[in-house]
Design a protein around this ligand. Structure first.
Ligand code: FCB
Length: 462
């Protein structure tokens, strides 16, 4: 008896997988690539677990053909990758590094030959080190440099790349990079982090303009945000929810989609900054018409008002949230310690659709890390990942049924890779990468996902 298809997705739903340059490419000092803040950070003792770096990563740079073959056999309609800014414009200046650009050109051509649509992210956290030395994202000039980079990429690849993502998760770039310091460049400066928020928003708007001016129509331009689905423990915690929502979500959604920072964000952070880095027309510049909103979702957030003393440590990403307590949620958990709760995804998608009904949504990342083992028979039995993906895809189907306009879904990640401050210890791939040989092995989840893509349906678990 064939399994009953549990949920069928729309015919034109885009199925994909995602990676990011620093996490997979390796070849860190090859063919004229300049250093990024992640090279510096990962080479600084104590910053990344086990001293791991992205020097070699998955060696995707040299194994491009093999990885293209995996994508073709998965049958995905799209592949989301990121361009390494310092590989194409070393130093962040305007000298184009042909050899670096050639790599992306070959990647894009290889995808198109296999019927896979390239989805290019311009910034997945690897700022050229020289731009950080000049002030980084807290510095306005970085946004202008980013726009020039977008312009160059639109011209170079915009004849073949039709879906562009400006930034990946600016929340992480700003707050983890400049407030808590657990990501590169590792600074702990809350005022600088809020300036970074603004210059990322501004850079996004300028990059959208640059892509519209250079990429061949019909280019679709998007941004990817890790929107937090924030819940309160009780109704008394509504103010805590609002505060975290302002910092995590509306700090980006406000300027990018509505052309203004939320007044409650400005007010809540007044003791940290006066926001004088926001110039007159900046919010209008940040607010460019988008074709899609990319949503990365892993887990919801639970908060409550803190009783008694506030606890605003200097190294928290949650600026001016000292009176908010982040509550550990009930399990089960992934290997990251993140609770598995797909209902947050449905609710988040419906909220976004309610707030911006004409803006199509795309899940640009969703997935889970587990302690996968390559068994003696060459199989990786990652049934927990299959369950996670099935649950979350069902949650997407629920949102679509309830009216949300969701156009696609990208699994994070195509393969196990460099998981930032956790190094290689956390495996998110549907393809297993052996850390010694770098051999690729399809996990059970990759076989499962191939069938989902082929049928456009998420099968019943039975
Ligand atoms: C996201 C990042 C991605 C990956 C996943 C697990 O925040 O965009 O690079 O690290 O988390």
């Amino acid at each position: 008896m064939p399994t009953t298809p549990a949920r069928a997705f729309p015919e034109d739903f885009l199925w994909g997988t995602a990676t990011a340059a620093y996490q997979v490419e390796g070849a860190a000092a090859e063919d004229g690539r300049g250093p990024s803040i992640w090279d510096t950070f990962s080479h600084t003792p104590g910053r990344v677990d086990h001293g791991d770096t992205g020097d070699v990563a998955c060696d995707h740079y040299h194994r491009l053909e093999e990885d293209l073959g995996i994508l073709a056999r998965l049958g995905v309609g799209a592949y989301r990758f990121s361009i390494s800014w310092p590989r194409v414009l070393p130093g962040g200046g305007d000298r184009l590094n042909r050899r670096g650009l050639d790599f992306y050109s070959r990647l894009v051509d290889g995808l198109l030959e296999r019927g896979v649509a390239p989805v290019a992210t311009l910034y997945h956290w690897d700022l050229p080190q020289e731009l950080e030395d000049a002030g980084g994202w807290p510095h306005r000039d970085t946004a202008l440099r980013f726009a020039e980079y977008a312009h160059r990429m639109g011209k170079a690849l915009g004849d073949r790349v039709h879906t562009w993502i400006t930034l990946n998760e600016p929340w992480c770039s700003a707050y983890l990079g400049y407030a808590s310091g657990v990501h590169a460049p590792g600074r702990t400066d809350p005022a600088g982090a809020l300036a970074a928020v603004h210059h990322l928003n501004l850079g996004h708007g300028l990059a959208v303009q640059a892509l519209r001016a250079t990429a061949a129509p019909p280019a679709r331009v998007a941004v990817t945000l890790n929107l937090h689905h924030v819940r309160g423990v009780s109704e008394r915690d509504a103010e805590a929810v609002r505060r975290v929502d302002a910092l995590a979500n509306r700090a980006f959604l406000g300027p990018m989609l509505d052309g203004a920072y939320p007044p409650d964000l400005i007010e809540a952070t007044a003791s940290v900054t006066d926001w004088s880095f926001v110039h007159d027309s900046d919010e209008a510049t940040a607010c460019q018409a988008l074709d899609l909103l990319g949503v990365n979702y892993y887990s919801p957030v639970l908060v409550r008002a803190r009783d008694g003393e506030t606890a605003d440590g200097p190294a928290s990403p949650w600026i001016a949230c000292g009176d908010v307590e982040f509550v550990r949620q009930p399990g089960p958990y992934t290997e990251m310690g993140w609770s598995i709760d797909e209902t947050g995804l449905t609710e988040l998608l419906l909220r976004l659709h309610g707030d911006h009904p004409s803006l199509p949504l795309m899940i640009t990342e969703n997935g889970a890390a587990f302690a996968d083992v390559l068994d003696g028979d060459g199989r990786v039995r990652d049934e927990r990942r299959v369950d996670y993906l099935r649950r979350h895809l069902t949650a997407v189907a629920d949102a679509i049924d309830a009216g949300a306009d969701v156009r696609g879904y990208f699994v994070w990640s195509l393969m196990d890779n460099f998981e930032w401050a956790h190094g290689y210890a956390k495996r998110f791939g549907i393809v297993y990468v052996d850390r010694e040989t770098l051999d690729r092995t399809w996990k059970d989840s990759a076989h499962w996902y191939r069938d989902v893509v082929a049928t456009g349906t998420v099968p019943d678990p039975s």
